[in-house]
Write a protein that binds this ligand. Structure first.
Ligand code: ADP
Ligand code: GLC
Length: 484
């Protein structure tokens, strides 16, 4: 199949969260399976310096953006078999300190930046020799692409225009802008209505994609069900219910080429399910690196997260306050809301021998926390899929998760199946329920036979991309038969 993917972040070029990991791994898996895959993403500041092998495409790209005409250069890279990445180079838009925001504030020209990106995707889909049969867009930043393609098919002579697929990675981020910014799309007002791109008087890039893509997917089966309900639908549940027959939940895979404990440049010690000594050595090394007492008997809880409401930061801080009198250690790597950063820094000041907080983004340390911890905390309020709990499982670090979205689909608790258990689950979104789950972990820590069994169960799980890639291909084939 000929496929063009588009995403505002792609690992290892740019990343704010799991979106980057997922898109990179999907594109790689599809290319390796023998498909012809293109992937469009912005050329953010520093990418060319970090990847000097990028090549400039001899290609003239200019699109209207409201009343302006805007040009860009396109750079390419073939990082793996069957895959070409197309980087959109427009320094005015993409050479910034952050991807979407800085100092807690969204860039005021995000509508320009990402409507422009969407237009470039459509242009490349139409004019590149690749001639994709299907264009697969991820999240709101490229959400106008399906509508733009449909419009060109209906009114601008693009008879063999490709079918489109939207993957929703997070319904909470919708790309809502003023009605005036809709004019940047250079589309007629016919589509600006409650069954199309309009959401309570505003432009919603995500809603436009929900309304016009041939096929809708999201990143776990449970989240696919949740988002059609008022509780999890973020106001878009009616639009999703209207498209329910086209919506499918496909659990993300893990790129085990990167996330493994046997051949990993970020880990000081290798280990595997049959040779666990290296895990204890990684724990000691992590305690040392973070300035915590090197103590094999102190259960170490890890957390790597965007410090956002979604991630359950408030109940995590509350539960830690309650539990830190016990014999345990806590290591966090995260960045985000200033208020949460302050709260954690305060916790570390009060418990210097138990709490280590690293603010910022650090890929290497994220692997070492996964490997060195005994338990991994993910008390999310909602979680479309979540990758860290699956990384934890492969690293023999038992995840403690709230029963929501992909967390529920990937973790098995003792109460569900005592022979297959591979983590600890709790239901209620509260400090009390999380503290209780942490207490269970402390008891488990003192029950080595059961803990070892659960670690083995976790490490033997297989969330590899082969299965996930095949599910996407099956969905694409259905999308190609769309009657729209
Ligand atoms: P989300 O995409 O909602 O943030 P996921 O669990 O799907 O949640 O993915 C998060 C990804 O981002 C993981 O690869 C995780 O290791 C990474 N990550 C999050 N925060 C940091 C950080 N501060 N430093 C390094 N990696 C981080
Ligand atoms: C989003 C979600 C997360 C998911 C990731 C990749 O960022 O918050 O749950 O794992 O996308 O699909």
């Amino acid at each position: 199949m000929r496929l063009l993917l588009a995403s505002s972040e792609v690992h290892p070029y740019s990343k704010s969260g799991g979106l980057a990991d997922m898109v990179a791994a999907l594109a790689k898996a599809l290319g390796r399976a023998g498909h012809e895959v293109g992937l469009v993403t912005p050329l953010y500041r520093g990418i060319r310096e970090r990847f000097p092998q990028l090549q400039r495409l001899d290609y003239f790209l200019e699109v209207p953006l409201g009343e302006r005409r805007v040009q860009c250069e396109v750079w390419t890279l073939q990082p793996s078999e069957g895959l070409t990445v197309y980087f959109i180079d427009r320094p005015e838009f993409y050479h910034r300190g952050g991807l979407y925001n800085e100092g807690g504030a969204d860039y005021p020209d995000n509508a320009h930046r990402f409507i422009f990106l969407s237009k470039c995707v459509v242009h490349l889909a139409r004019y590149l020799p690749l001639k994709p049969e299907l264009v697969h867009v991820h999240d709101w930043q490229v959400g106008l692409v399906p509508l733009m393609i449909l419009h060109q098919r209906w009114h601008e002579g693009w008879k063999d225009a490709p079918r489109t697929c939207l993957t929703i990675h997070n319904l909470a981020y919708q790309g809502n802008f003023s009605r005036a910014e809709y004019s940047l799309a250079n589309l007629p007002l016919d589509y600006f209505n409650p069954d199309g791109a309009e959401f309570w008087g505003q432009l919603s890039c995500l809603k436009a994609a929900i309304s016009y893509a041939d096929l809708l997917t999201t990143v776990s089966p449970r989240y696919a069900r949740e988002i059609t309900t008022e509780e999890y639908g973020c106001g878009l549940d009616p639009a999703l219910r209207a498209r329910q027959e086209s919506l499918v939940g496909i659990l993300n895979g893990v790129d085990y080429d990167e996330w493994n404990t046997t051949d990993n440049p970020s880990l000081p010690f290798a280990y595997s399910v049959d040779r666990m000594a290296g895990k204890a050595a990684n724990k000691a090394a992590l305690q040392k690196e973070l300035g915590l007492p090197v103590n094999p008997n102190a259960p170490l809880f890890g957390s790597i997260t965007r410090l956002a409401d979604q991630k359950g930061v408030d109940i995590q801080i509350g539960a830690l306050e309650e539990m830190l009198a016990a014999n345990l250690q806590f290591a966090l790597l995260g960045s985000g809301s200033a208020e949460f950063e302050r709260a954690y820094a305060d916790l570390a000041r009060r418990y210097p021998n138990k709490v280590a907080i690293t603010l910022g983004y650090n890929q290497g340390l994220s692997h070492r926390i996964e490997a060195g911890s005994d338990f991994f905390l993910m008390p999310s309020r909602f979680e479309p899929c979540g990758l860290n709990q699956m990384y934890s499982q492969r690293y023999g670090t038992l995840p403690i998760v709230r029963v929501t979205g992909g967390l529920d689909d990937t973790v098995t608790d003792l109460t569900e199946d005592d022979s297959e258990a591979n983590g600890i689950k709790f239901h209620e979104y509260s400090v009390r329920a999380l503290a209780k789950a942490i207490r269970k972990a402390l008891v488990l820590y003192e029950t080595p036979a059961l803990r070892t069994k659960m670690q083995q169960n976790a490490m033997r799980l297989d969330f590899s991309w082969k299965r996930t890639g095949e599910s996407y291909l099956k969905a694409y084939r259905e999308g190609l038969n769309s009657k729209r």
